[in-house]
Design a protein around this ligand. Structure first.
Ligand SMILES: Cc1cc2nc3c(=O)[nH]c(=O)nc-3n(C[C@H](O)[C@H](O)[C@H](O)COP(=O)(O)OP(=O)(O)OC[C@H]3O[C@@H](n4cnc5c(N)ncnc54)[C@H](O)[C@@H]3O)c2cc1C
Length: 155
């Protein structure tokens, strides 16, 4: 990958504001801090938190604030536009836009799809669709595809 700063930043949209996705963003920012205008969509109303510690929160031993990994300041300090409480329900591959339940549409040059934990032996069928397939893909119609794959980046 060419790490030099491009004249115009590309738009990177990440769907899923969870542990793995945000960790990948942290690495990307180290490698190429000026390459992308980053927008993150998270269905939950929180910044990225440590899901592994969810049980103590549910048991009332800790609060969500206690287990936050990347506070809201981290997103603003890294010029990341964060939309919490916004679930992406559609990817339009022709116009290169994602759409949320409330009709918000945001364009992308690069899409990082990380809304759920994905076992290493699975990937979403959307990655196997030929370019000529339907332009708008409803995420609710996706099925697991048992082909070997390990990453969920869609370029
Ligand atoms: C109680 C518990 C204990 C665990 N313990 C361990 C452990 O000990 N060791 C270990 O390795 N792993 C453990 N895990 C698993 C680990 O938490 C996950 O592997 C990890 O969180 C995966 O990160 P992720 O970013 O892929 O997904 P997640 O962290 O699940 O994040 C996905 C995010 O995407 C959001 N989202 C979903 N759909 C959409 C959409 N359409 N639009 C926008 N946002 C969306 C979700 O709200 C969520 O915030 C545990 C999980 C739980 C729940």
């Amino acid at each position: 990958m060419d790490m030099s700063t491009p004249d115009k930043k590309m738009k990177l949209v990440m769907v899923g504001n969870g542990m793995a996705g945000v960790r990948a963003l942290e690495e990307l920012l180290k490698l190429a801090p000026d390459m992308y205008d980053v927008t993150v969509f998270g269905a939950e109303p929180h910044p990225n938190y440590n899901r592994i510690l969810l049980s103590p929160v549910l048991a009332g031993e800790q609060t969500v604030d206690d287990i936050v990994l990347n506070p809201l300041d981290w997103y603003s300090e890294n010029n990341i536009t964060l939309h919490v409480g916004k679930k992406v329900v559609k990817i339009d591959r022709n116009s290169r836009e994602v759409e949320t339940t409330d009709g918000m549409r945001v364009g992308y040059d690069r899409l990082c799809w990380r809304p759920v934990p994905i076992p290493s032996f699975c990937r979403f069928r959307v990655r196997t669709c030929p370019a000529s397939s339907a332009s708008a893909i409803s995420l609710t119609s996706m099925r697991w595809s048992r082909r070997p794959a390990s990453i969920s980046m869609q370029w």
